[in-house]
Design a protein around this ligand. Structure first.
Ligand SMILES: Cc1cc2nc3c(=O)[nH]c(=O)nc-3n(C[C@H](O)[C@H](O)[C@H](O)COP(=O)(O)O)c2cc1C
Length: 195
C-alpha cells in the first residue's frame, strides 16, 4: 500500500476476530513506535504489551466500567447510547490479539503526551499496513479518564512511580469494515498565508 492509501484507509477497528498474529508482525508494530519524533529526541515512551485472555479480560473490565460510570453521570440520551454499546465495548479487548499500554517517563520530556501520540500513530499505521486493525483509547484526557481505574493497572503490572499511563492501543484481526467517518475538507481547515 502506498502511504497516501495507508493514511486514508486506516480506520479505528473495534471488532476483532480471535486468531494468532505472527510474532514478526507484533515486533514490526512495536518497532515502529521508536522511530517517531519526540521532544529533543527524548523518547519518553514505554510500551507495556498485554496479551492472553486473563489480561485482556482485566483491561476489558476496567474499560467497560469506566464507560458505565461515565454513563451514570450523563443525560438519558447519552446514557442510552453507551448502554447500547456495552457489548461492543466489552468485546473490544476480549477479541483483540494484544494491547499496548503506552506509558510515559514524564521526567524525560515536557511534551510527553505529544511524543507518545506520535509513537501511537506510527504503530496504528504499521498495523494497518500489515492487515491488522487497531483502536486508540485515551485514558488521560477523554471523558472516561476520571473513571478509568489506572491504579489497578499500575499495581498489576508493577509500573514504577513517576511513570504515567497515557493511552491504550488495542490491536487485532479486523472483524468489521468500519464506515469511513466524515473528514473536514481541506478548505475548512487550511488557511493559506493568514486566517
Ligand atoms: C485522542 C483520541 C481518543 C480516542 N478515544 C477513543 C476511545 O476511547 N474509544 C474508541 O473506540 N475510539 C477512540 N478514538 C478513535 C476515534 O473515535 C476515531 O479515530 C475517530 O472517530 C475517527 O475514526 P477513524 O480512526 O476510523 O478514522 C480516539 C481517538 C483519539 C485520537
Amino acid at each position: 500500500m502506498n502511504f497516501q492509501e495507508l493514511v486514508r484507509t486506516r480506520r479505528s477497528v473495534r471488532r476483532f476476530r480471535k486468531g494468532p498474529i505472527p510474532e514478526t508482525k507484533v515486533l514490526s508494530i512495536l518497532d515502529s513506535a521508536r522511530w517517531a519524533p519526540s521532544y529533543r529526541n527524548s523518547q519518553p515512551w514505554n510500551l507495556l504489551v498485554v496479551y492472553g485472555s486473563d489480561d485482556l479480560n482485566f483491561l476489558s473490565e476496567i474499560y467497560l466500567n469506566a464507560y458505565l460510570r461515565l454513563a451514570e453521570n450523563l443525560d438519558d440520551a447519552e446514557k442510552d447510547i453507551i448502554l447500547g454499546m456495552k457489548e461492543t465495548l466489552r468485546r473490544e479487548f476480549l477479541d483483540a490479539s494484544f494491547a499496548v499500554i503506552m506509558v510515559a517517563d514524564k521526567s524525560l520530556s515536557p511534551s510527553w503526551p505529544i511524543d507518545l501520540s506520535m509513537a501511537s500513530e506510527n504503530m496504528m499505521l504499521m498495523a494497518h499496513e500489515l492487515g491488522l486493525g487497531s483502536s486508540f483509547i485515551d485514558v488521560t484526557y477523554s471523558r472516561i479518564s476520571r473513571y478509568f481505574e489506572k491504579d489497578k493497572i499500575y499495581e498489576r503490572y508493577g509500573i514504577p512511580d513517576g511513570m504515567e499511563i497515557f493511552c491504550i492501543i488495542v490491536f487485532g484481526i479486523p472483524d468489521e469494515i468500519p464506515r469511513v467517518p466524515h473528514r473536514k475538507s481541506l478548505s475548512e481547515i487550511v488557511h493559506y498565508g493568514g486566517w
